[in-house]
Design a protein around this ligand. Sequence first.
Ligand code: NHW
Length: 410
Amino acid sequence: PTGKNKADMGSHAFWKTQPVLKFDELGQPIGEEGPIKKINVDEVGKEPSAMYPGFEWVTMDLEEEHQLEEVFELLTGHYVEDDEAMFRFNYSKSFLNWALKAPGWRKEWHVGVRASGSKKLVAFISGIPVELRVRKKVLHCSEINFLCVHKKLRSKRLAPVLIKEITRRCYLAGIFQAIYTAGVLLPTPISTCRYFHRALNWEKLYEVGFSPLPSNSTKLRQITKFRLPDTTSTEGLRLMEVKDIDSVLGLLKRYLARLDMAQVYTREEVEHWLLESEDSKDQVVWSYVVEDPKTKKITDYFSYYRLESTVIGSKKHKTVNAAYLFYYATETAFQKDKSLLKPRLNALVKDALTLAKKANFDVFNALTLMDNPMFLEEQKFGAGDGQLHYYLYNYRATPIPGGIDTKNLA
Ligand code: NHW
């Protein structure tokens, strides 16, 4: 046998020691959903485990501009790339501020590793507190993200050490569950979505190698296909303002209650995640509402956030400016006539695309979650290569279907 088979479904020397579902438990009935392991905080280590010789643990202070810059530099050079190493996520500093300093954030959950000699930051992992509803139960958990190991230190089993350390810090804070997402397949996803991409600037996406030219098409035809109107069409559409927070929170709560799994937002979180302070130099999130001109009620909401990718090999273009569909909600979901939802979502998303194009984005990305399958094809999104797996740590739950996945059907 070759070593390759071993790597495939994987022996998972680390993950098999962790309180997560095994692949072969997938087909079996889960029973009552709940924690896999009972954690006794008294038995949790009070100190970090030993770090490899030549390296040391550090708690990052992201209120300090310089330390935020260090995390930014590490991620810019070493974070997630596509399989062909053509693009790498380039989270901006304002994005990191937004994502890592969400309401209730703790400095202790911004964990780094430095080289002892040079003090250079070589690895990072983070968590933020979130309330997560899985079907009827609400879990206090952490959302783990930005796990990153410097390219020169890969495959040395540093990632498991980082994961165990953030786990220890969560346990000490009385948090025994976590949610995280990854493009790689690990034991065992609770849900899997596919990325879909809608070209806004097709020519640039073609030039950087992101969008192919189909053999039965021409450049001009592709450009025409993805053309968008100059103005939006939904009456009453405008930017969300502070005065809309309560309406948006109410609408979003009702909309998300229809899903098997969703974050439970407080007012403060809506303000943080959906409304950016006006003095932000480098805007991350764009939120829009539809205000009914007659009743003045907020009937719809949508948002997207900005995340650039570095183009690794191109001379002509340094980055791809991508918008990611974030939250949305619409009253049509609650009307008796169920056939209203699909056309309304299509109209809203078309407006979102139109606005993103005006704001100079190159591509608009969305996953196969929420009600997205109702508009992805109609709005000319195409299935990408990438999947996003959703995972729960120390929680046993029946998997949640992840919407359409045309790549798997093909
Ligand atoms: S996913 C993005 C992860 N980051 C990147 O892909 C950046 C580029 N890659 C790297 O920096 C979003 C490295 O390749 C990383 C692995 C650091 C990924 N999640 O050190 P070794 C997140 O941040 C397992 C979980 O030798 P490496 C979510 C792998 O399966 N595990 O590898 C993070 C193997 O274990 P196995 C991952 O390439 C969630 C082991 O690591 C993983 O040098 C974290 C190999 O380690 C991934 N993305 O470094 C979990 N990638 O058992 C949080 C690889 O298979 C859990 N591995 O042998 C919850 C904790 C909190 C609980 C609180 C109650």
